[in-house]
Design a protein around this ligand. Sequence first.
Ligand SMILES: *[C@@H]1O[C@H](CO)[C@@H](O)[C@H](O)[C@H]1NC(C)=O
Length: 330
Amino acid sequence: MSEGIRKRAAPSLTTSSNHRHEEKSDANVVMEKEQRRYFIKILFGAVTLCYILCVILMYTSPATRELIIYLHPLKNPFQNLSNPVSFGLPANTVNFYISGPAGKLGAWNILSINSVEKQDFSQANKHFNLKDDKPIILYLHGNAHTRGAGHRVQLYKVLRSLGYHVITIDYRGLIEDGMAAMRWIRTRISNAPVFIWGHSLGSGVAGGVAKALCDEAPFTSVWEGATSHFITLPFRFLPYFKETVLDEIKDVFRTDLRIADVYCPILILHDRDDHILSIELGKKLYESAKSTRRLDAGAVKFIEFHGHGHNDIFQSDRLPGILRDFIKTR
Ligand SMILES: *[C@@H]1O[C@H](CO)[C@@H](O)[C@H](O)[C@H]1NC(C)=O
């Protein structure tokens, strides 16, 4: 403070040339301020324009809708998904494609740690492991990035270490893609039990697939996280947003309504420190499952974790025991 006063006081004691200098710098300050104001205006204008553009696109184009909500093109361009080993997965992991309604879905078949045989990549039976009756987990990831995202790969490693095979796909976040993957698995297994693991938005897809397929044959789903994603927050208040934009994907967001018709056993895992989807949503889903499912529907379990946030339940020491219990009791 005192220094500021000294600075301001000093020029008044000096010559007129210094005085001019001071006027100039005053003008500079005013210009800078104006520039800053101008810059803020431009920034504000750009953000508003982007937002309006997003809104228009969301109302008019289904493809953009999917894109904005699921962010599926968001990925690291330097990663090569055809090479699972570069993600730290074992060499016998099979990279393959499942044809779905939207074209080819990239997928990995990650073998259980107990599969000693070598994969014969050149042969038609490169998915022989699916016939060995070990539990198979179809993993449906949440929005953004790919099946190769770090926390997803860490979870696959936990699952394979427990003796399960993992099939994980890249998809648009739609139930029909999950269905395509499930059908693909079913035509290749003998008696293996199949579990669907949905994380975050993927749990909504898992619910949709479970509802559609439970009646055909019993299987089980594991839901990690719940529905109602923060990504729709900036748009939710718009008129008819729910009806227009969320309509075709509302199945994904309304797991709480659909869970009544899921007849297979359900395990819900949620972390208290999940700052993306509050644990209250998971609890609500659990309560709704308990009160709306018919009596002969499979068991529903809710397990609370803490300290692992939205993505990192794989770190929990309790997870292996919980999964073993659940998969054994189906
Ligand atoms: C990705 O990996 C596959 C399998 O290792 C390899 O054949 C292919 O050339 C790689 N692609 C790029 C762009 O590096």
